[in-house]
Structure formats: structure tokens, C-alpha cells
Design a protein around this ligand. Sequence first.
Ligand SMILES: Cc1cc2nc3c(=O)[nH]c(=O)nc-3n(C[C@H](O)[C@H](O)[C@H](O)COP(=O)(O)OP(=O)(O)OC[C@H]3O[C@@H](n4cnc5c(N)ncnc54)[C@H](O)[C@@H]3O)c2cc1C
Length: 461
Amino acid sequence: MAKDYSNYSYWLESCGDDLTPRPALDGSADVDIAILGAGFSGLWTAYYLLQRDPSLNVAIVEKEIAGFGASGRNGGWCSGGFPLSMGELERRYGAGAASQVQREMTATVDIVGQVAASEGIECDYEKGGSLRLARGRHQLGSIESAFRALQERGIAEGYELLDQAETQARVAVRGAIASLFNPNCATIHPGKLVRGLARAVERRGGRIYEQTAAAGFSTGKRPVLHTDAGDLRADVVVLCGEAYLSQLEQLSRQVLPIYSLIVLTEPLDDAQWEEIGWQGRECIGSSKYVVDYLSKTADGRILFGGRGAPYHYGSQIDDAFDRHEPTHEMLRQATLEWFKPVREDQFSHAWGGPLGVPRDWMPTMSYNRTTGIATARGYTGQGVAPSNLSGRVLADLITGTKSDLAWLPTVGHRSPDWEPEPFRYAGVRYVQQQYFKLDEQAEQTGVAPDGSSLAERMSRH
Ligand SMILES: Cc1cc2nc3c(=O)[nH]c(=O)nc-3n(C[C@H](O)[C@H](O)[C@H](O)COP(=O)(O)OP(=O)(O)OC[C@H]3O[C@@H](n4cnc5c(N)ncnc54)[C@H](O)[C@@H]3O)c2cc1C
């Protein structure tokens, strides 16, 4: 039976397309560029390649439909944040590289909005910034020190440390005693963006073959993307499957698929919004280890996302894992706890999907001329804006366009492999369980974890 793709997220359901798959690849072919994956990374790469050189023959193969992966299911944060903190980037790559990442990420948030506007993609883009809440004294220190670090580096422009009254005036969240406002964040309708981007790529001459699965690739002067419908021989093969790359034998330990889950309310009524506020549509999160991320949709719903769903042995990915009732219930309860006016019967959707975590939390945006392979991957759940940067980086590298982007520390990077099983399972589940304990302990004692526990050291970023 044909899949109903609208069931995979509210974003796909409400993107305005009927989601009928495009035709699959029907045999082997020669192209200039063969791309695996029609998510943001693959589509932005195709988009910028065709912008740099409209004569290129670009083919994307997509196992399901454009936007099927994380790009069509995420929390809607188009954020200037980066998976690695500024401090960790400085420690690993130096202050110059860290500030280049910061500059490029800040610019990228605007670039996404500008391209959407110029391509006529109505994706509810609104640059309302983000608020990192301190819900309790234990979360106060981390936002204060984050603000101090920005000030010390001279990059705090537009940021604001808000006290309890100022925070509550923006959004009435129970228990919020302060917040850090970051101006470099927009909220989007990811389904509309990813599906609109696919059409923009096609308008520029790119071809997208849906329901065509790549099984592997060969390297060389003329690399090949092997698919279930034939081989695509190309000058360059670009691998953009994020979490799903773990299912290819050749990359199975490069990214770890971790499930992030979301619940969504129906549109709240005016009286409820009157009480909650949140007029600026800021993206909202706190400093929990079991990450929480919230956004307000253009049609007045609350999206509450979080990690914490268990890792599956052997990096398995399965549609059944998109729904994990204990995690979804935890997210519903959190929504009710945070927002007093929301009622229990107001939840309309619940979904989830896998995101890709590299062993060192550092994304890769790379092209190796010798192997003919380019790749963009490893965003650890923060890939909406970075995937646009990936697209520009890969387009410059592949077309040989001279640009400062070639100096980013993501270029030429390769993360260490994850441990083989059963060590991977044991380690990841240990860290996941400790995160819950660390959050619980901090809440009970009012004291933040000090970074010295094994789990924190194992996942330092
Ligand atoms: C629930 C959730 C919430 C998130 N929230 C946010 C957020 O708010 N902000 C943020 O910045 N990031 C968020 N992320 C992460 C972000 O969505 C991703 O980093 C980003 O979308 C990655 O884009 P991508 O194109 O690299 O990968 P994907 O969007 O996953 O695309 C990969 C594509 O490859 C296809 N594919 C897989 N295997 C094959 C194969 N063998 N052959 C052909 N095609 C294949 C898939 O079907 C998929 O369409 C979230 C992720 C999840 C899962």
C-alpha cells in the first residue's frame, strides 16, 4: 500500500502539497552531480550548484519524498546556533575559526529568509529571535555565563538578559525566572520550506527522483551512486542523508541516529494567547540536558519538542520509532506544566524522527576531489540553518569558486567513528539515562550539574 506521507508530521500534512511522489529513476544514467537525499542539505546544495553553474546536470535521488526526513519534521527553529558551543569551537579550532562560524551562522538565518522570499516560498518565516529560559535557579547560571561569554567576545549585540518580570511579559511560562534573548533566530514552517525548495531546484533544471533508494557509492575519477533503480555515474557524488547515512554500510559509524519527538496543540483561542503572550513568536528552550525546544506556529499552535527517546541497538531506524508514547506523554505533560491555559484535550499531533549525531558533535561540509565524494552531515539536531551554509560551501568547493567559506573548520573535517556494538549501545544508553538523572537532580537541589560527571565528559560539546 502507498504510504500516506502526510502522517509523518504536521508540517508535511499542512505544507499545501498533495505529496504524490515524483517519478523514480528508471535506469542507469550519466550526470554531472548525483546527490543522495532531498532534505535541506541535498536541496540547498543542488540549488546553489545550479545558481553557480546553470548548465550542470544535477540529479537528486530520494528514498521517499522530498522532506521525508528531519527537514520535514523538525521544530521550526532556523537558528544561528551551531552544534558546538563557541567555547568548544575555540578550544578545538582557535578563536578565528570560531568567530568565522559565528559570523556565517548569523548571516545564514537572514539568507534563508531572503532566498525563501526571492523564490516565492511562503514558509511563515518570522525572525522573532529565541529565548533560553531559566526555569528555576539551577538554570540561571548557564544563561548568565552564556551572556558574559558573548560580552567578553564583543558579540552580544542584540542579546538581552531578561529578569523574571521581563521574561513573563514576553511569554508566561510557569517557573521561568529569567531568560536570555538571542536575536539570531527565525521560526519557519519547515514543510513549506523544504517542499518549496524542491520546486525551486526543479525550476533551475535539477531533477529529483523520488522513491529511489541509494544502496551505496563507489569512489574514483567518475564516482557512482548505486541505487535500486540503476547507477548514477557522475563527476561528483554528494551524500546528504544525515541520520539515514548510518544505514549505508560505508558510513554506518559516522552518524548516530537519535530520535527527537514532538507534540503539537491545536490552535489556541484568543483568550489563551492573551494569557500566554508570546506575541514575538520567539523560539523557546531551556538549559536541560534532555533538550527541550518550543515554537509557536503561524496558525497559533504550541510545538513542544524534546529528546530522550531511547537509542536503538545497531543504529536502527524504523517508522515505528517516530512514536514513543512515554516520551510523547512526557512532552504533553511538560506543555501543560509550562503553559497554564493549555488543556489536556488540546493536543492534535505527535510525531518524531531521527537526527544525526557525529561522535565529536562537529558537522562535516566537505568535498574530496580524489574520491569524487562530497558530503554535508552531522548537525546534531540543529541543521535547519547550517544545511543552507552546507549548500553554499559544497557549491563553492565543487565548482572551484574561491570563497572564504573554504576556511570553515567544517571543511575537510571527518568525525571519528562511533564505537562498534555492543559498546555503542551501552555508552549511548548510559549517557541518555544520566541526562534524565542530571536534570532531575538539578531540579531537586537547585544546583546545576558542574560538568564533572562521566556522562557530561563523554558528551562535551
Ligand atoms: C524531530 C526533529 C526536530 C528537529 N528540530 C530542529 C530545529 O528546530 N532546528 C534545527 O535547526 N534542526 C532541527 N532538527 C534537525 C534538522 O531538521 C536536520 O539537521 C536537518 O533537517 C537535516 O537535513 P538533511 O537534509 O541533512 O537531512 P534529512 O532532512 O534527514 O534528509 C535526508 C533525506 O535522505 C533521504 N534518504 C535516506 N536514505 C536514503 C537512501 N538510501 N537513498 C536515498 N535517499 C535517502 C531521506 O528520506 C531524507 O529525505 C530536528 C530534527 C528532528 C528529527
